[in-house]
Each structure stands twice: as C-alpha cells, then as structure tokens.
Design a binder for this molecule. Structure first.
Ligand code: ADP
Ligand code: MG
Length: 380
C-alpha cells in the first residue's frame, strides 16, 4: 500500500530518496512453460518478494525453504515497460530537470530481463516496444520544449565496459580512457558525445551503438553478458556547463562474477573483473546512501567513470534487481536479491514481512503522473 502512494509522491523528483532498490520479476518464457518449470517467486506488491527454495536434507527428504525480502518496490511479471517506467524511472527524469545526476542500474543474471527493461524487447526500430532509454528520451524532449530550457542542449554517449576497459559504441567500439583531472573530476578522453534533438534521433544513435556492440563482441569471442553497457544523456547549457545527467547501466550478468574461479584463464579474468566491479558498485551506492565522506569509486572502472553520480545530495540512484521466475534460476535469484538487499538496507521496521504478506495485491496506480508527454509511443 505504502509503495504505490510513495511512488506517486516521487513524481516531482524533489522528494525522491537518494537510493531506491526495486525488484522486477520477468514472466516465464515459452520454453520454460513447455518444460513445465515451476514458478518459485511470488511478489507481494508493493514491497515483498518471496522465493521458495527446494532443499534436501541429509536423509534425502526434500523440503521448501521460504526466503522473504523487502524492498522499496517490487513488481511482478505483469508490469509492462511503460508502467515500470512511470513508477521507477520517470521520477528520475523529473529529478534530472532539477539539475540532478540520476542513475538507473539493471542488475541480475543473464536472461533475467535487464536488456528488456532498458532497451525493450528486440524488434526493428519502427515496431519496437520501447524500454527505459526511449521512454525517458520521450519525456526529456517533451520537457526540453519548455521556454526555460531554450539555452540547453541534450547530448548522448554510449559505451561499454569490458574487462576494465572502455569502448566507445558511437565510434566503432574505439578504446577510450578515463582520466582524473587536477580537480579530481573523472573524464573519458575522446568519448563521443552526440547532440540529439528528438526521440527519433536518440533511437538512431542507440541502434547505431548497439550494432557496433554486437559485431565488436563477436569478434572478441565474448558476449554482451560479460560487459556493462552505459548510456548517458547529458543536459548542458550553451556555454558547455553540465546541468544534469542521466545514466543507464545494463550491467554484466551477475552470475559472470563467479567465473572468477573458472579454470579457463580468459573466462577467469573476465569473471574477476566483473566480480570486482559489482562489489565496488555495491560499496559506492552504500556510501551514497549513508552520505559517507569517502566513496570507494576507485575500486573498479565502472565506479570510477560514474564517480560524479555517487557524490552529493543531488545524486539519485535506482537499482533494479531483475529476477527470473523458475526453480532453475532460484540460486541466482537469491544471489541477486541478497546483493540488492545489501545495496540498501531498509530500516528494521520494514523488515517485518508478516503484515505485507497478508496485503491484498495492489494494482499500480500508473495513471497519475504530471510530466508532459508526447504521444508517439502510445498504443504500441
Ligand atoms: P538480460 O539482458 O538480463 O540477459 P533479457 O532482457 O535479454 O535478459 O531477457 C531474456 C529474455 O526474456 C528475452 O527474450 C526477453 O525478451 C525476455 N523478457 C525479459 N523480461 C521480460 C518481460 N518483463 N516481459 C516479457 N519478456 C521478457
Ligand atoms: Mg542483456
């Protein structure tokens, strides 16, 4: 109950807490349905998720252990990208226009729905159902039409972090380097920043970047589950001064971190790097949440390039924990929820799940939002 009304009150962005951790469960795939796989994840909106784990005793008798978690918001498989956007990302867009640095991470095992959330399901541009990137761009360009924004422009960068190295997806996957300057600002030297003026242009730029992501990764004999994809939309004043920045990070598959212990050297190195960056990320978000003076952003390339998004009261971060529904994902699902739980520890009183479990299911109130919208995505 609380969660839905909370989300509504975040619409103006100024009341948004620094960190929000939300869970999104994906639906069963056709393949899983065909295999008659069991759904072991139950979401009790607005805040509780329960995972049923099948365990075995020493005498081989089986029993079910229930794991309860409480987050800022929990969404089951019925939520569409559009409704998820309204609840989770639109408040960030609103904060962006108040001059904030806002960040949305998608965390989870490979196949849990990170890219579906960020990019939308695959399809050609024209028929594509948009994900967070384009839904946000849609609102950003609607809000840019306001007279007060006439001296501002929008720029986009799109890059990949693979094995601790940065590759510019808008420039043929060129290797670029991050440097910390004398005033301790981190800058990526030579990274393409494309000026964009419409949602259509945003879509073209993203498609362009993704095409170079695919070819680049095939050539390197790796896949997108081993890299973090970072899409940043910056609003700058005409004099070049940064006003606000929105970052979307489609993280490497969280299970890849375990490859750190693989016998193959290359896989092991990839895994170690992913492991390091996901651990550093957790620590940086925790530092932001607890308003710590020291942010351990040097712990990985990922956290280093996001340094300015982890510091100061104006930074707003949402961590989306994407999870699969089935028994075969169960171990990874629990790992994801435990990670998310550590990113932001909710206050004690929220941890008592006995009440939330008895709540009737809430439909998300997604109609109440005030940002101006263009209609280009409606009805798709
Ligand atoms: P990840 O990026 O985490 O590896 P994907 O986003 O590629 O995972 O999702 C894996 C598959 O599941 C894709 O075919 C995707 O379209 C589908 N999928 C994921 N989330 C959803 C959802 N919420 N609704 C419908 N299909 C989904
Ligand atoms: Mg993906």
């Amino acid at each position: 109950m609380e969660g839905a009304s909370q989300a509504d009150s975040y619409i103006d962005g100024s009341k948004l807490p620094k960190i929000r951790v939300v869970v999104r469960k994906r639906p069963m795939s056709q393949k899983e349905i065909n295999k008659n796989e069991q759904d072991v994840v139950e979401c009790f909106e607005p805040q509780t998720v329960v995972v049923k784990e099948l365990k075995e005793k020493v005498d081989l008798t089986k029993y079910i252990e229930e794991h309860h978690f409480v987050f800022d918001q929990v969404f089951d498989e019925a939520i569409s990208n559009q409704d998820f956007y309204v609840q989770v990302v639109q408040p960030l867009v609103s904060a962006l226009f108040l001059g904030s640095k806002v960040t949305c991470f998608a965390y989870g095992q490979t196949g849990s729905g990170k890219t579906h959330t960020m990019m939308g399901p695959p399809g050609d541009s024209e028929h594509k159902i948009p994900g967070m990137y384009l839904l946000a761009a849609n609102d950003i360009f609607a809000l840019m039409e306001d007279d007060s924004m006439s001296d501002f422009s929008v720029y986009i960068s799109f890059y990949e972090i693979y094995c601790g190295k940065l590759y510019d997806l808008l420039n043929g996957r060129k290797l670029v380097h991050a440097r910390e300057n004398a005033s301790q600002k981190v800058k990526i030297m030579g990274l393409t920043e494309a000026q964009i003026t419409s949602v259509e242009e945003t879509m073209e730029v993203i498609d362009f970047g993704l095409s170079s992501r695919t070819t680049g990764t095939t050539a390197m004999n790796s896949d997108s589950s081993r890299s973090h994809a970072v899409l940043q939309i910056a609003i700058k004043q005409d004099n070049g001064k940064l006003f606000g920045k929105m970052s979307f990070i489609d993280l490497a598959g969280s299970e890849r971190g375990a490859d750190a212990f693989d016998s193959k050297k290359e896989t092991r190195m990839d895994g170690a790097e992913i492991n390091k960056s996901l651990l550093a990320l957790k620590e940086c978000i925790r530092a932001l949440d607890q308003s710590k003076k020291h942010t351990p952003f040097r712990g990985s390339k990922l956290t280093m390039v996001l340094k300015d998004s982890f510091q100061g009261n104006k930074c707003k971060t949402v961590m989306v924990a994407n999870i699969g529904p089935t028994i075969s994902c169960c171990e990874h699902t629990l790992n994801t929820l435990r990670y998310a739980d550590r990113v932001k520890e909710l206050k004690k009183e929220n941890r008592d799940t006995s009440n939330s479990l008895m709540l009737p299911r809430q439909s998300n109130n997604s109609k109440k939002y005030e940002l101006k919208r263009k209609n280009s995505f409606e009805g798709k």
